[in-house]
Design a protein around this ligand. Structure first.
Ligand SMILES: [Zn+2]
Length: 557
């Protein structure tokens, strides 16, 4: 009974727990902070009280200090900025974790440097193990040539190597990897994928989109022990960046099992929502109702699908040809072919009450997904379904209204705007660029935004993403006033999209997303105030402390 009373008390904050004669005392209070609540009913405060895993009061320092008890931990905010923990609405948790521990090619500025780093890695790799990860970006190389297997064969010898571009829509295999995968000049391009070939028709080593699965199929899966190590590494990284919730898109079910193991031990320090692949979920639903685990730290819900590829790989699907590749409009994802089957799966998943989260980047892919959402609503009737379009990158002007009409959430990653913004305009032209990463247009059309990073495609650091959304200053320093500056958002709008917006996008706005009495005590203390520093200095702010469920999970020393 004691346990039950304690839970009730923590949830309501209304009655005394633990029998203090003066009234309820808090387990933890944060005082002397500038509290930015993201709660319109009380936007700012000085202090916050926590009991158990919940916020019990938000107010002035004097109000909160009344809840001081003998065992209360007091955190002195020292005038710094306290806000709700960041909720990253779209990441790839274990790919990101693995990336923390693999070859990093993102800033390899030349093909020679790319090869040198892979060679260094090969020397440190045990026999029979693969070199994976990478995050390379050929757009920063002179002339932007795609890398080839010849470039790395000499430095990798018999170590199978399969390193991906930072958007993960293409990868480079060395000759060993191609041989293990059985990819030769005779191998056909799969639906939704391309094997890049040289003048003689031989594979160059570059495999685009679905063609990557030829190699993925032959990479041995990590052991449970390796997975656990990767997860713990990722958890540490997330806590250090103030990320208290993540939405993990299309995870491997074996990884979700490892999340479950840690959740059961009470050792998760970031709340994880795993969103299974729609093809997998549809298959499970065909066998009857699917029961997913749900706890405060781990839930499995929704369904993630793909409508097209990426802009960087020229596989995002557009109505009009690419400006710099007039022969191509991009590729429809293989799971969209045939479209009737995709539609049928989405209807089934929606009928089971699950949320649809579909990746669409090019304007035509986005339009097709909106059509599908319309079909789903027509078939299954109206409900609060909050369908999501992941990335929502290049929107045809006519489609903003359809987002609003169907209550579609734009799940976007602002960092891509300042990264891809270096070269995107030459790929799609100035006209399409106007409604590209169109965060402002979404808000103007009353469309809900949920911010995220797509980590490891972009860095997980939310302050980099906030900086990107507020400044739109491309990473090459060439657009200090912002690329398509009309699409900038304010600091308040960016913080809201990263907290309440992302919570709404997972149906958790009653539990998370703002510093409000009764909600989960997931809080982050920043080194400085993003409203007071110059916009270009937002990315230099650091996380001083991260609290999850009222417990300090990271503290900068
Ligand atoms: Zn993604």
């Amino acid at each position: 009974m004691v346990g039950v009373a304690g839970v009730l008390c923590a949830a309501t904050g209304a009655v005394s727990c633990g029998g203090s004669p003066r009234g309820p005392s808090a387990d933890l209070i944060v005082v002397n902070a500038r509290v930015w609540t993201v709660d319109a009913a009380k936007p700012e405060a000085e202090a916050v009280a926590v009991r158990g895993d919940r916020i019990v009061e938000v107010g002035t320092r004097a109000e909160i200090e009344r809840m001081l008890g003998t065992t209360t931990r007091v955190v002195d905010g020292a005038g710094r900025f306290l806000m709700p923990g960041f909720n990253d609405a779209h990441i790839h948790l274990m790919t990101g974790g693995a990336q923390l521990d693999s070859v990093d090619l993102k800033d390899a500025a030349t093909p020679a440097e790319f090869a040198r780093r892979i060679g260094e890695r090969a020397r440190a790799t045990a026999r029979g193990e693969w070199i994976l990860g990478g995050n390379w970006d050929e757009q920063q190389w002179p002339g932007a040539p795609l890398p080839t297997r010849e470039l790395v064969d000499a430095v990798t010898s018999d170590t199978p190597t399969f390193v991906s571009r930072y958007d993960e829509h293409m990868s480079l295999a060395n000759s060993v990897a191609l041989r293990l995968a059985g990819v030769t000049a005779k191998t056909p391009d799969p639906p939704g994928g391309v094997i890049v070939r040289d003048a003689k028709g031989n594979p160059t080593g570059i495999l685009k989109d679905a063609a990557q699965s030829y190699v993925f199929k032959v990479i041995p899966p990590p052991t449970a022990e390796q997975r656990m190590r990767t997860l713990k590494r990722a958890l540490g990284h997330m806590a250090s960046l103030g990320v208290t919730s993540v939405q993990d898109m299309g995870p491997d079910p074996d990884d979700v099992a490892v999340y479950g193991t840690l959740a059961a031990k009470g050792e998760l320090t970031t709340r994880i929502r795993a969103v299974p692949a729609e093809v997998t979920l549809a298959k499970q639903l065909a066998g009857g109702p699917v029961r997913h685990p749900a706890s405060p730290f781990l839930q499995v819900s929704g369904a993630k699908g793909f409508a097209d590829g990426s802009l960087g790989s020229t596989t995002a699907l557009f109505f009009e040809p690419y400006t710099d590749a007039p022969g191509s409009r991009g590729l429809l994802a293989d799971e969209m072919q045939p479209l009737d089957e995709m539609r049928a799966r989405l209807v089934t998943i929606d009928k089971a009450g699950e949320q649809l989260c579909i990746h669409a980047i090019g304007d035509q892919a986005i339009s097709m997904v909106l059509d599908l959402f319309a079909d789903v609503e027509k078939t299954n009737g109206q409900r609060d379904r909050r369908p999501r379009i992941e990335h929502s990158q290049h929107v045809a002007p006519k489609d903003f209204d359809r987002y609003a009409r169907f209550g579609v959430i734009a799940s976007v990653q602002p960092y891509h705007a300042i990264d891809d913004g270096k070269w995107a305009e030459k790929r799609i032209g100035a006209e399409r660029a106007k409604t590209t990463y169109a965060f402002r247009s979404f808000l103007d059309h009353k469309v809900r935004l949920a911010f995220g990073t797509d980590w490891p495609v972009a860095p997980l650091d939310p302050l980099q993403a906030v900086y990107a959304a507020v400044t739109r200053a491309t990473l090459d320093g060439k657009q200090p006033g912002g690329w398509v500056p009309e699409q900038k958002v304010t600091v308040a709008q960016a913080l809201e999209a990263y907290t309440m917006g992302a919570a709404y996008a997972e149906f958790k706005e009653k539990d998370k997303g703002s510093i409000t009495a009764g909600k989960l005590a997931d809080l982050v203390l920043l080194s400085g105030d993003p409203f007071k520093v110059a916009p270009e200095a937002i990315r230099d702010l650091k996380v001083a402390m991260t609290m999850v469920a009222g417990k300090v999970v990271y503290e900068k020393h």
